[in-house]
Design a protein around this ligand. Structure first.
Ligand SMILES: O=P(O)(O)OC[C@H]1O[C@](O)(CO)[C@@H](O)[C@@H]1O
Length: 245
């Protein structure tokens, strides 16, 4: 894993956006894996600004999102489909038919999991996956204890994740308790991974990721086994970390 340390959230967003823009410019037909949550929002903003100012085009880009809440349709402002449309897709020249997110309201959720997994494979896999990390080490919605062999699947959200994500809802009771997520094996099949980490609340997770063992009780630890991971993390997230040990 390569670690790029930056000052703060803004610098992380800037660096991450530059990284993605370069890839998109060099590979206009790239398959991007995208994440939701608070972490990538600043990055998405800069991608939009760059598209408007410099004309970076997403016409041929395909995207696959990591996850979606079960029970929320794309019209629901708390769904990840809505989030992605608002925060990114509506402001780019991307063809929305090429933006894929698991459906949280599919009649048969197990079939939807299979379909999503196959869809990614049929497109040749994800070239660059953007990831955030949960305070408990989750990636996508893969909570501690998830098998490293898992493909796209249904998860029960950990109470701590529900609490952390309640800030996006009117109250905690409204946060769905289940989600559909790319599995750990799905994520690991990405050719390249860009992990974004910002803030003191992620400091503990960053320490466990950097210094801890590879274990299913800390899902992000599997990234150590991936050949091509870049982490962009800010000072608050890496404080106390011995980077050059
Ligand atoms: O970026 P945040 O809001 O801290 O969330 C971290 C991670 O948690 C999730 O939002 C899932 O809870 C992921 O999509 C995200 O990468």
């Amino acid at each position: 894993m390569k670690l790029i340390e930056v000052k703060d959230y803004n610098e992380m967003s800037q660096k991450a956006a530059e990284y993605i823009i370069e890839k998109v410019r060099n590979h206009p037909r790239i398959n991007l894996g995208l994440a939701t949550g608070g972490t990538p929002v600043g990055t998405y903003k800069i991608l939009i600004e760059d598209h408007q100012k410099n004309g970076t085009s997403y016409q041929e880009v395909t995207t696959f999102n990591l996850d979606e809440y079960i029970g929320l349709s794309g019209n629901n402002p708390n769904s990840y489909r809505y989030f992605m449309n608002e925060k990114l897709f509506n402001h780019l020249d991307i063809n929305k038919n090429n933006t894929f997110i698991p459906s949280g309201v599919a009649e048969d959720i197990q079939t939807e999991c299979l379909r999503y997994e196959q869809l990614i494979a049929q497109h040749g896999g994800v070239d660059l996956q953007i990831l955030g990390i949960g305070q408990n080490g989750h990636i996508g919605f893969n909570e501690p204890g998830t098998s490293f062999e898992s493909n796209t699947h249904v998860v029960d959200l950990a109470p701590s994740t529900i609490k952390a994500n309640a800030r996006f809802f009117d109250n905690e009771e409204e946060v769905p308790t289940k989600a559909i997520t790319m599995g750990i094996a799905t994520i690991m099949k990405s050719k390249e991974i860009l992990l974004l980490v910002s803030g003191e609340s992620k400091n503990d997770a960053m320490h466990k990721l950097w210094n801890g063992e590879v274990t299913e009780s800390f899902p992000a630890s599997i990234l150590k086994n991936h050949p091509y991971v870049t982490i962009i993390a800010d000072q608050a997230a890496v404080a106390g970390l011995k980077i050059h040990s």
